[in-house]
Write a protein that binds this ligand. Sequence first.
Ligand SMILES: Nc1nc2c(ncn2[C@@H]2O[C@H](COP(=O)(O)OP(=O)(O)OP(=O)(O)O)[C@@H](O)[C@H]2O)c(=O)[nH]1
Length: 254
Amino acid sequence: MAEPPPPASSPWSSGRSPARSRPALRGGAAPAAGAPGGAGAARGAQPRGMEPADITLKLLLVGDSAVGKSSLLRRVTDGTFEPRLKPTVGIDFKVKKMVVQGRAVQLAIWDTAGQERFRALTPSYYRAAQGVVLVYDVTRKDTFTGLGGWLKELEMHTTNSNIVKMLVGNKIDKPDREVERKEGLQFARKHSLLFIETSAKTQDGVQFAFEELVIKILQTPALGDESTEKKGVQLMESSAQQNKGFCGASCALI
Ligand SMILES: Nc1nc2c(ncn2[C@@H]2O[C@H](COP(=O)(O)OP(=O)(O)OP(=O)(O)O)[C@@H](O)[C@H]2O)c(=O)[nH]1
């Protein structure tokens, strides 16, 4: 079925991601924050049974290269996992529609490249984000020790002082853990972050992480208010009921 017609000025135009291998940004020609570079609008007949989204939220995924940001994005939006995913070039973007606490929410999730050579591209994307998912790999200590740098970068570039930050320790399915859960929890407490451990491979904690982030954003008045405009975006699915109530060993939200 065709994607719904987007509003002319909507940044969430197509719900489709630019090709993963295509640099979304080149030569400093960054699209405005909130506007996916080159994402064309897929126009078509409005499917039956859709409800308009109450809220649109912009979320960012940041963290070192290969920690699993794109895999988390794929898992939460498509329900898939690719064992040999290529590194993100520039910026990737996908839309996730969910119902959280009875409210139709549309998430525009931006996946930034972790590789150093793309770092200069990302600051403009931090603008107007309501939530950030800061990801490290529990099997690579260096990705954990580097978190301070990511927090500094967030402080420097985010325009929203109330932005909700979630720390995610990913790849808990792997046996060779280098970062204990309690270390992640301590770091999260120290920096007032939500915290959860996940596996994009097995999907443990993934849906729950995004739901909790959304709930926290909705509970933050300055963020909830500015994002509650109806933007005419249509919902085609409601997936928030999946994994409802998941809170296994990996879950520790503060
Ligand atoms: N076992 C396991 N492998 C994972 C998991 N998440 C991601 N991977 C793998 O780790 C590799 C890197 O994952 P990506 O999702 O591309 O990492 P990224 O953080 O987006 O990397 P950049 O695009 O370079 O910033 C891929 O081969 C994934 O298949 C996980 O939860 N468990």
